[in-house]
Design a protein around this ligand. Sequence first.
Ligand code: BG6
Length: 481
Amino acid sequence: MVARVIPVDPFDLVIFGATGDLSRRKILPGLYRRWRQGQIPDGAAIIGAARSKMDAEDFRAQVAQALDEFLAPGESDAATRDRFLAMIDYVAIDARGEGGWQALASKMRDGVVRAFYLSVAPALFGDIAQRLVEGGIADRNARIVVEKPFGKDLASARALNAALAEYFNEDQVYRIDHYLGKETVQNLMAVRFANILFEPLWNAQFVDHVQITVAETVGVGGRGEYYAHSGAMRDMVQNHMMQLLCLIAMEPPNAFEPDAMRDEKLKVIRALDPLDPRDCVRGQYRGAGGDDYLAESGNPDSRTESFIAMKLQVSNWRWKGTPFYLRTGKRLRSRVSEIAITFKEPPHSIFGESNQWRENVLVIRLQPDEGMDLRVMIKEPGPGGMRLKDVALDMSFAEALGNDLDVPDAYERLIMDVIRGNQTLFMRGDEVEAAWAWVDPVIAAWEARGDQPEPYEPGSTGPEGALMLLHRDGRRWREIR
Ligand code: BG6
């Protein structure tokens, strides 16, 4: 099924950090795909901005290389690629100095959307914002896009928000959490708010517990330096996992609109109980050879966690008493991201003791094989009386909607939303701060205690303690296959 594509308005998009990894891996290939789908009009310009001294021709050669490397085979041919490259320009710029800013100003056109993607270290956000505004490059309608990490704690996040707020209004700031751009994450909202079926059951009266799993097979790889100061809590929980939790737990907003959505998400974060240290397990992959976090990080004393599991409680009328279990980690058995809502037992079984009741579980699979799976009880076919069995009402989106369905990558959708001026899938400053306000004391407490993460085998499902976290409550994690 080919989706209907509505072109966005012509724009000038400046990518700061254009020669960096994110730009090469996600932003430029994403723009290429949207352009090839007809969503980016001919009147668009993409301007790379980075420190390296080179001309536009050199940069175009680099973009061509990135496209070859990161697009799937068959996604681009030389002639099409050259037409895309014709939209691309470059300016060598010194984020903290004077070099390049006038050249950039002279490239900006009137009458088109101006967007500035800051794919650079957060320490540069304020300097770039200042130069954009004081140099007349960004106007009142311009949009500024920032990436995580958005701070490393509440104080630094506040400082970043303040630095941006000095030059831009909140409705111009697009804080990316790429999980919000994932197709199935948006489907979560469709499932909840476009069906009457689930919402009446979506509360502590009927939901036994919720599990959110984001398991990765990759290790920290070349990002050791960043990860050493981050760990799973800052890298995954404060942003992606927290956003998923919000989308599950939030009240229905009155409209699928930026502030309506973000107001409701914020209330969820504010309703989180402080985390009891007994409800948190941190792990570190420890294996032979290079498959070992300590060896990879080059720090034999590192206390950075590459895995974390926790039990959270949302204290409000809807959720009091329903635990939310979150776990995420690197070098686990397989790559699985899913949300599982486990419902409570029916109040009374009319089928007698011999029939063992199994829980109804709604699983929303974010990746791989995006889809939904609802486990329900049915009668086992054939003679032998009323024997019950649980089966899956399983829907793979690819099968249901056609295998050739073109699902845009999260970044593609989010960049197009920036150009359209739609902030619904971006985090507001107060949301980010609230998430840090919850995370900060948890990290401070384990640092004060000098907690050492629990080792786990690479390729396993995480440390023993994570299993105990649920066993203790008479529950178990869903399998990571
Ligand atoms: C990033 C984290 O934000 O998300 C990475 O910094 C992580 O450590 C990645 O691997 C996971 O994203 P995805 O889209 O592959 O699930």
